[in-house]
Design a protein around this ligand. Sequence first.
Ligand code: ZN
Ligand code: ZN
Length: 478
Amino acid sequence: MPRTWKSGRFVMLGLAVTAVAIIAAPATPCCRSLYVQQMFQVAAAPVQQAPVAPAKEQAKDWAPSVAAIKKKIDTEITSLEELYTQLHANPELSFQEKNSAARVAKELKALGFEVTTDVGGHGVVAVLKNGAGPTVMVRADMDALPITETTGLPYASKQQARTKLGKEVGVMHACGHDMHMTCLIGTARTLTALKDQWKGTLVMIGQPAEEVGGGARRMINDGLFKRFPRPDYCLGLHCEAKKPFGHVSFAEGLLCANVDSIDITVLGKGGHGSQPHSTIDPIVIASRIVLDLQTLVSREIQPGEPAVVTVGAFHAGAQHNIIPPEAKLHLTVRTLKDDVRKHVLDGIQRIAKAAADAARAPAPIIDIEQDDFTPAVFNDAALARKTTAVFREILGKDKVHEVPPTMGGEDFGRYGREGIPIFFYFLGTLPADRVAAAEKGGEPLPSLHSDKYYPTPEPSIRTGVLTMSAAVMNLMPK
Ligand code: ZN
Ligand code: ZN
């Protein structure tokens, strides 16, 4: 999710109307705090429908295991909390998840998994064969964000790192990926302890670089589904910053948006800040582009069709009195429908070119980063029904919420685009009284990617491990 202006810097220095230095925070593609108000029919890549028995029949298969799962969680919870705080205090940026990956690999190896590291970067793939049966993959992402933590927690991160853009930043698990890794390990411990109650092949992966949209693609390209058993189902969870712990939410079908990252290099003609007439000022052109882009969704997309265009970073210039030769804009675009996505991407290019043309500047360089495209997450309907039937049984009907899709992105959607039925759900992480107070107009809750967001560890871990373990066992009955 795009960071707030508060967490970045926005500096405009200039002579008269000529601004020559603007710096803002980088954009990241992941967020899931903004719910749209309607459910839409969306054209998504078709996924293979696996034969799934009706939910009611399935509930019988897993029910006897629930007490055993809870008992195992009781014995592991202290150790899992320690693991969580350790991961939280030591976050690593996308593509830099070396130590987190090593920890995930070590934990899974200790449980008897066959572990392969460095799959698509720092990716970890762990396989446990437990007789004939379906193959189920469980995924946790491992990367953190360039945010300086201000939670005041005793285990708050004090880590610093350098971003791709060369900026020294604080690093924080503000998206809960530390919780995801902890739940993965907790689920692995539970399922290995209860091996006599399920059969099949379990594949657990630690995925790098979700926040920048590249990790799932790199793991797939490095043979995730060729070098290792190809899953019949993929499961994943994500922390939810607006719901109480003990609750989960999900959608059948569309859950998260298409995410595109776009870089625009606005070309001008540099010169002295006191002589703008002899230059073509790229900062003015880029500023016009930023404002014109605000009309794309509001004036060109049919009302009710969700779409977001955010300029998350604007870089240009170095000094008060120099008009630079170029300016750079970095955008994130969120859409739910493929035709809306096309219109918005085309519109961005049209607007940028027109602004340059109007200022007699060369055509801008527009790079739509196909590599970082994150396709929408489209939950397999049958798998969602089968899994949430289990969730309702173990958590209670009032704690399992069907929600509209979000404008957040998740590269978990890529596994679905490989033709595998996927199910991704959100894990509530906050005390119920805090959520209730916020809903009554009290103190607003920080969103994911906020420097103030943190889950309540113990109950969140319990629900994450319980739901994921039950979901896997439900798919791999003895
Ligand atoms: Zn995120
Ligand atoms: Zn995330």
